[in-house]
Design a protein around this ligand. Structure first.
Ligand code: SF4
Length: 420
């Protein structure tokens, strides 16, 4: 048997835990369960975080991922969903080793994993305090227990992770002592339940909990009974997210109908207001540019109150990959409202742009700054011309003087003042 277990776990490493600590019993039971299932070790992913139980990722001979304190469940859920999608029917088993400290810190991750039926098996090593960091109390410390942070005894009622996860929709739950011989069978059930499973193992931390509370495994069992936290199992059928029809996110293909007409990046800054359709129009222009064979970058800026204030976009078309998406010298600027002008004004003082379209609401005095380089400036009364889409209209004026989008094929270089 030892040889079988060694396929998953370096058993001699378990001696590194404090004498009497329950963690080695649990690690061994996990290896036994995997061996009984005949699960290939390369088909097992163990995700851990901070805490003595998390040291096990050095001891297991499976894939292991060590995460931040309390985050193992969230990382494992992501891994499990991705593997399930990538290898339907053949996804590796994803296990989490978390302590009650990690569970306290990452409680929302556990709740979400149970609620969304993440296909993972969480082994919750509950020794009722933070062992690795010196024995501070956790959310599951029983009333009256002495810990590093409660030297006179814990006065806060503990949370039952079991009850919490049952209410959150876990598929399979078990509470079982590490000395119980059925532990490997329970782990197998959890690994095969098809949804979110959590096994809470009440453990002894000999370094702290035992020393300060004169515990033995028998006394721990009595304590659990007193709290109503006896060993038990719970199973509930869950809707598999796969069975609920979900709208697939489909990427739309854009048909390429032309070739770029300029040989360098062309940059446009657009400043307007909420309600002017600046973001929508910019996307239309971006899609057209893609149709004409350009690489395109589109960045947006809006205030937190999306329904009011400025609406800014930055568009770059390039015949080559766009490695930097910032714009310091735009080739064209469209200002379709005062809020857009006010937002972009600091960026427009030293402009060499060739094509500028500005709303009439910006005073002559204000736009004087744009005239320094003999730029082409067209003024429009966008507020009055309600039938014209401000951004598309401004873009039309640009197209009338710059051959950006010739629809014919062929290597058409720009001819109208675009610097190469
Ligand atoms: S500190 Fe506690 S939990 Fe950590 S290895 Fe020692 S006994 Fe186990």
């Amino acid at each position: 048997m030892k040889r079988e277990l060694e396929r998953y776990l370096n058993i001699s490493d378990l001696k590194k835990y404090c004498p009497g600590c329950s963690h080695p019993l649990v690690a061994r039971a996990v290896a036994e369960a995997l061996a009984q299932m005949g699960q290939p070790s390369e088909q097992v992913i163990l995700v851990t975080d901070i805490g003595c139980c998390g040291l096990a990722d050095h001891y297991f001979r499976t894939h292991t991922v060590h995460t931040l304190h309390g985050r193992s469940t969230a990382v494992a859920s992501g891994i499990a969903w991705a593997q399930k999608k990538r290898f339907p029917g053949k996804a590796p088993k994803v296990l989490v080793f978390i302590g009650d400290g990690g569970a306290t810190i990452g409680i929302s991750h556990l709740i979400e994993a149970a609620r969304t039926s993440a296909p993972i098996c969480v082994i919750l090593h509950n020794n009722f305090l933070y062992g690795m960091t010196g024995g501070q109390s956790s959310s599951s410390t029983p009333l009256g227990w002495v810990t590093r942070s409660t030297p006179a005894g814990n006065s806060y009622p503990p949370i039952s992770f079991f009850n919490l996860l049952r209410e959150s929709g876990a598929t399979y739950l078990a509470r079982i002592f590490p000395t119980d011989r059925r532990l490997p069978d329970v782990i197998q059930k959890a690994l095969n339940c098809g949804g979110f499973a959590c096994i809470e193992v009440p453990e002894l931390c000999t370094a702290y909990a035992v020393k300060w509370n004169r515990l033995t495994m028998k006394k721990l069992e009595e304590e659990m009974k007193k709290m109503g936290w006896e060993p038990q199992e719970f199973f509930q059928e869950r809707h598999s997210p796969a069975k609920i029809s979900q709208k697939e996110i489909r990427l739309e293909e854009i048909e390429i109908i032309g070739q770029p007409a300029v040989s360098r990046a062309f940059c446009i800054l657009i400043g307007g207001s909420a309600g002017q359709g600046v973001q929508w129009a910019s996307r239309q222009i971006a899609e057209s540019a893609i149709q004409h064979g350009y690489r395109v970058s589109l960045k947006s800026e809006i205030p937190i109150t999306v329904g009011t204030g400025y609406s800014i976009t930055e568009l770059i078309f390039s015949p080559r990959d766009i490695l930097y998406t910032g714009i310091s010298q735009p080739d064209a600027v469209f200002i379709t409202s005062l809020p857009g002008w006010n937002r972009l004004r600091p960026r427009l003082s030293n402009l060499h742009s060739s094509h500028i379209v500005v709303d009439m609401s910006i005073s002559e005095e204000e736009i004087e700054v744009l005239r320094r380089n003999d730029n082409f400036i067209q003024r429009e009364d966008f507020q009055k011309c309600r039938k014209i889409h401000p951004v598309l209209h401004a873009f039309q004026t640009l197209l009338s003087s710059h051959r950006l989008f010739p629809s014919a094929s062929g290597n058409v270089e720009q001819e109208n003042g675009i610097r190469n």
